[in-house]
Write a protein that binds this ligand. Sequence first.
Ligand SMILES: COc1ccc(S(=O)(=O)N2Cc3cc(C#N)ccc3N(Cc3cncn3C)C[C@H]2Cc2ccccc2)cc1
Ligand SMILES: [Zn+2]
Length: 312
Amino acid sequence: MYLVVSIYNFCYFLFQTYIMTEHLRISGMYWGLTALDITHNLHKIDKEEVLSFIKQCQHECGGIGASILHDPHLLHTLSAIQILCYYKALDTINVEKVVEYIKNRQKDDGSFEGDKWGEIDTRFSFCAIASLALLNRLNEVNIEKAVSFIKSCMNFDGGFGSKPGSESHAGLIYCCLGTLSITGHLHIVKADELGWWLAERQLPSGGLNGRPEKLPDVCYSWWVLASLKILGRLNWINTNKMINFILYCQDAETGGFSDRPGDMVDPFHTLFGLSALSLLGYTKADLKTINPTYCMPQYIMDEMNLKPDRLD
Ligand SMILES: COc1ccc(S(=O)(=O)N2Cc3cc(C#N)ccc3N(Cc3cncn3C)C[C@H]2Cc2ccccc2)cc1
Ligand SMILES: [Zn+2]
């Protein structure tokens, strides 16, 4: 009796999870497919199923939503373009229309809104610039104004926030450095001050937090380490203690990674834990090299001849 009930409960849990994550489906696909690729498992996924799903998510306006019939947004438009690069299948979508959608998101001050409802955030600057760079259409937007907006978000500590005057946050620092790396404007960064702020994220546990006084979290391993790699200062943190913290966050049963040891695993933290281990040169797992600017396998960037700036 228990077996039947437990199978029913598990199936209901899977159905519930599938429904509950619909709002981030295409980004979840990017996190899962990237984790599979850097662990040499991308071939286990049906390419045509992925391409067919992405095609159904593009709207008439050119933007791409998180799932079928979900409103378009720059976050999910970038995830879709990243996935299509893995399969060399950018022609799956209407490229002219998606370029038009992204162009229309830039405001007069150079910032980008995430969708037509107008939320401004440096995360969306990165999504727009990375998407256009992957499409080889960077010239379609005003780069000088985009960089000027990023510069207006730089704080006294060398970090960046979501908007001018917002506090420095590791995730947003990564988005701003990624934008500057792609557009070739890293020279505006106060590299030593920012490198120091990022290195200060490491706690006695070896884990990294996203802001002072916060708890460590595996996803910050990626935001902070990728930023330090772009700044050429990755050696400013204790590598061995960082690796141990990430490995403590891997679940022995599922193999996935959680935000902190003992928590529920998920595709988001699994990708960023694996990607951080790759950046750190963890050789006990056979991981492909990851590009710190795009969070995509380096071999894809090489095939697309994309060389984002680095300070090292
Ligand atoms: C479980 O509750 C959530 C909460 C939010 C989200 S979300 O808005 O879609 N999103 C992506 C995300 C995906 C997963 C997975 N699978 C898990 C968490 C998580 N967070 C939340 C998080 C991560 N570290 C600690 N916290 C609390 C970030 C968030 C914002 C984000 C989106 C894209 C890129 C970077 C960051 C999803 C699930
Ligand atoms: Zn996290």
